[in-house]
Design a protein around this ligand. Structure first.
Ligand code: ADP
Length: 259
């Protein structure tokens, strides 16, 4: 009986993809997906060939944030054609399930799906593939770093102590997995009232800068807590693409230029 070819060992490159950058957070709800969507759009605006793999399997929000719907086709029954909007090539588990359907898979199935989304999607030639990870330090992070050659991770956090505590664990995990930390992003950094212009630090301010300095990683940007940022991503056209010259979009261009 012919022997099956040995499974490739160690992290693989995704065919056609030059760089893989993970967008991670310790806690949920800190704006990781918002940063990933805007960063992808900012990179596309700069003329970079960019893909976004929404690996936030339990709460895939990229189809909505990037205004993409419909099911990806698989003409050959083996590979999947990703969808595209705002110059970003997107694949998300959210495109394979119904909106109201909860993903209640067990670990191994989930890892199978993740591997398929990485390796069986026709990403085409990309300068960078961003991976929007679920929050925390679980199986998806491990599988991604073990199966794919991840060039670096960006850690998103709010300045709150509870978020920072978990962000620190995330950084420690990537270090253990030998994934370089490209830097931290402070999201919801400050809030300026659209009515009176008063500036308020809803979740504190500067906590991420201090943490980044302590951990010896760069602070890539501070993103304000801003109504327009929220409205833009809820409407499927992130502020980096719908108002690219706005002050709010500038933070995302800064991160894009650092890559
Ligand atoms: P995560 O991916 O970390 O769970 P999301 O990106 O989904 O977080 O953000 C959680 C919610 O907060 C979303 O409704 C999003 O629109 C909103 N949000 C995130 N960042 C900002 C921001 N800088 N300003 C305003 N709203 C934001």
């Amino acid at each position: 009986r012919p022997r099956r070819p040995a499974e490739p060992k160690g992290p693989q490159k995704i065919p056609g993809v030059d760089h893989i950058v993970a967008i991670a957070s310790g806690k949920g709800g800190v704006g990781k997906s918002t940063v990933a969507a805007n960063l992808a759009c900012a990179l596309a605006q700069m003329g970079r060939r960019v893909g976004l793999l929404d690996a936030d399997v339990y709460g895939p929000s990229q189809p909505r944030m990037l205004g993409v719907s419909g099911r990806p086709a698989s003409p050959d029954g083996k590979t999947i054609l990703p969808l595209r909007n705002h110059g970003v090539t997107l694949m998300s588990i959210g495109l394979m399930t119904n909106d109201d359907q909860a993903v209640v898979w067990r670990g191994p199935m989930l890892m199978g799906a993740l591997q398929q989304m990485m390796m069986q999607v026709q990403w085409g030639a990309l300068d960078v593939l961003l991976v929007d990870l679920p929050p925390g330090t679980g199986d998806v992070q491990m599988t991604l770093s073990q199966k794919a050659q991840v060039d670096g991770a960006i850690i998103v956090s709010t300045p709150q102590d509870v978020a920072l505590l978990d962000a620190r664990k995330g950084i420690d995990m990537f270090r253990q997995l030998n994934v370089p930390i490209l830097g931290m992003v402070e999201n919801m950094s400050t809030h300026i009232c659209s009515q009176c212009g008063h500036e308020e630090h809803v979740f504190g301010h500067g906590g991420v800068a201090a943490e980044a300095a302590k951990l010896g990683v760069p602070l890539l940007a501070e993103v304000p807590l801003d109504l327009q940022i929220r409205i833009a991503s809820d409407g499927g056209a992130p502020i980096a693409v719908s108002q690219p010259d706005s002050a709010q979009a500038a933070a995302f261009s800064t991160i894009a230029r650092s890559l």
